[in-house]
Design a protein around this ligand. Sequence first.
Ligand code: SF4
Length: 376
Amino acid sequence: LCPTAALTEVNHIPKVWEALRNPRKYVVVQTAPAIRVAIGELFGMKPGTIVTGKLAAGLRRLGFNKVFDTDFGADVTILEEASELLDRLENGKTLPILTSCCPAWVSFIEHQFPELVDIPSSCKSPHIMVGTIIKTYFAEKHNLDPDDIVVVSVMPCIAKKAEAARTELAIDHRNNVDIVITTRELAMMFKEAGIDFDKLPDEDFDYPLGETTGASVIFGTTGGVIEAAIRTIHEWKTGKSLEKVEYKELRGLEGLREATVEVDGMELKIGIAHGLGNARKLLEEIRDGKSKYHAIEIMACPGGCIGGGGQPYHYGNDEVIKARQRAIYQEDERKSVRKSHLNPAVLKMYEEYFGKPYSEKAHKLLHTSYSPKERI
Ligand code: SF4
């Protein structure tokens, strides 16, 4: 925090209370993968305590009309991003593909490497996808006017507040996520509401955008997005069930990692970076024509979103990050479905609304573009 108090965090809690008090508004909340392994720390629990069920229960008690999970959007992201990678590989298009879930990193490339803005995946980030799906597919299905819906995202991240306002992500001039609050702000709301978080029962998220897979929860840690994508690409390419879904070679906490993964006779070279200093090294290689990778995952924060700027403070303690990361992988292991392309609610949505991944409609609603920004 700023020692002179000249800088303070933007607090969006009053906006959420205002929306919840407005009887004309249908207020929907979604929560990112990394929240469930960290928010317990603000209620005296040990780092890495998994509180997914209490989180859903607490949000419901705050009065939201629907309690959804950003993990649903992570599964959709995988269907879209895996399709995009295969399209680029099979049609000789630009490589490497760069993941695009992290708005701090997207902003970094726009400002620092404006000549490379055609390289990131065009997929919107998972919470923006969920907001878009709520105000289109879900609204149509439930006969709701999108202008009456307020979408609140609970994120481990401060950069997501600015991301939600990006005009490039709007549909028909309407932004699809209205308010973003951080993990710390949500904990504050539970306290303001007098909710005894640690005594809450375990509840489920609401259907359909609460149905998720193990692949989606690992988005919360560095390496998770690319591992989830490989699980899907492997099954799509081979047509065979992948028995061992863990790609341990993609895991870890080193700032720069690389691995080669074999998929249907094809050797995919993967790069992973967390921290923008590490990202810069990989981007300089691309700019200089020296990159050997087909796909690169980049997250701005140490450890990925588990170490995000909106999470409970960890004061540089690596043990906290490690405990949160272990919890993310445990949460993946206990899910009955661990591959994004097998999420039944996602498949139903494609059947009813988008047709198939990477379709024209999916492109219009779930993808975006980036533009060079002034170098800072
Ligand atoms: Fe936000 Fe950090 Fe996650 Fe990027 S890595 S999305 S900046 S929390």
